[in-house]
Design a protein around this ligand. Structure first.
Ligand SMILES: Cc1ncc(COP(=O)(O)O)c(C=O)c1O
Length: 369
């Protein structure tokens, strides 16, 4: 049986050569490659400032710290995300407040957000799940800082405008599975010069050029190594080609699941550009004849790795114990039970995607009859 990985990295000899060249240059820590990455991503993301960081988590965290968010403050976010989005609110000393999501695309529901705003709310942190931009306009209309978690949304456009310079800060991840993958890394894009300067200060531990140094703030040491920046620069050159492959894989899956009762993909808004980071389906146990967990197990037996994006953060142990009064979030909780992400990667040849489609059809025929 052949095994189809969920999101194998799409890297090759070009990345190997870039790493070797960087090591030979003598710059292992943040240096010219990180600076070049910041400049090129500023152009690509249509943002005035980009700051390279050690992870997407660090980007989200430093954005909140730079905005002055701390103890006593509340930040409204979505439960359908990787826990890091909520964790950084806790790290900043503030309180995460979870707003339910919309059923169609599982992005944060702006009406639920508006209902949760209090005098203590200091920021909104939406996520662009799977690469579909969330509704930003109603969030901006609340008049609070918006920090976008764009970890899935490197190529996304919201109503024609590139995500990056639209809100106060937009945070990206360079994690191994992401569309622009360096292994680890993160970025903050912003048009606010003072915010970018604050993050630059916070990402290091000290400031100074010579033997003497000074300390303006106790920094976090969250800078990006040039070795990783070199990989990201090669990945940036490949982004368009990789995007075409993602589009092809999405189209194949769309066609395949259209014929499978009880299995439907997350909605995509034709007014936006979707980054096609994840192909997420929802499995209706009635029509599909079995639960998501049954489908995931059966696909694993067929050699197909899948994943779950996401289990609602407020239902995870630490959040349940820390916030016992959390009211139910029914749309997110149902999604946590029925979402399943199919293998997707520019590293997958067409035959791998065909093998996934064939296995999904066999499993569906068995369960749905
Ligand atoms: C939605 C979301 N936010 C934040 C992160 C954190 O990024 P990183 O792993 O680079 O810290 C991830 C994933 O890794 C993510 O999927």
């Amino acid at each position: 049986m052949t095994h189809i990985g969920f999101q194998p990295p799409a890297v090759g000899e070009e990345e190997v050569a870039a790493v070797a060249e960087t090591i030979r240059s003598g710059w292992l820590t943040t240096g010219p490659k990180a600076a070049e990455l910041e400049r090129r991503l500023g152009e690509y993301l249509e943002a005035e400032h980009v700051v390279a960081l050690s992870s997407g988590t660090a980007a989200l965290h430093l954005a909140l710290v730079a905005l002055g968010i701390g103890p006593g403050d509340e930040v409204i976010t979505t439960p359908i995300t990787w826990p890091a989005t909520a964790n950084v609110i806790v790290h900043a000393g503030a309180t995460p407040v979870f707003a339910d999501v919309r059923d169609g695309d599982l992005n944060i529901d702006p009406e639920q957000v508006a209902a949760l705003v209090t005098g203590r709310t200091k920021a909104i942190m939406p996520v662009h799940l799977a690469g579909q931009p969330c509704e930003l306009e109603p969030l901006w209309a609340l008049g609070l800082p918006v920090v976008e978690d764009a970890a899935h949304a490197t190529e996304s456009r919201y109503r024609g405008r590139k995500l990056g310079g639209l809100s106060d800060a937009t945070c990206f991840s360079l994690y191994a599975t992401k569309n622009l993958a360096a292994g680890e890394g993160g970025l903050i894009a912003t048009n606010r010069a003072e915010l970018a300067a604050a993050v630059r200060e916070l990402r290091l531990t000290r400031r100074g050029d010579g033997a003497l140094y000074d300390l303006a703030v106790p920094g976090y040491k969250a800078n990006l190594s040039d070795v990783l920046a070199a990989i990201a620069l090669v990945q940036l050159d490949k982004l368009e080609r990789h995007g075409e492959l993602r589009r092809r894989q999405f189209a194949r899956y769309d066609e395949a699941v259209a014929g499978l009762a009880g299995i439907r993909p997350l909605e995509r808004d034709p007014r936006d550009t979707h980054a096609r980071h994840l192909y997420v389906v929802r499995i209706d146990p009635e029509e599909g004849g079995a639960t998501r967990d049954d489908y995931q197990r059966a696909l694993a037996e067929e050699g197909i790795s899948t994943s779950i994006h996401f289990l609602p953060v407020h239902t995870l142990t630490w959040y349940r114990e820390r916030f016992p009064e959390q009211p139910p979030l029914p749309v997110a909780e149902r999604a946590g039970r029925d979402v399943l992400s199919l293998p997707l990667s520019p590293a997958h040849p067409d035959e791998a995607i065909e093998a996934v489609v064939a296995a999904l059809r066999r499993v569906h025929a068995r369960f749905a009859g």
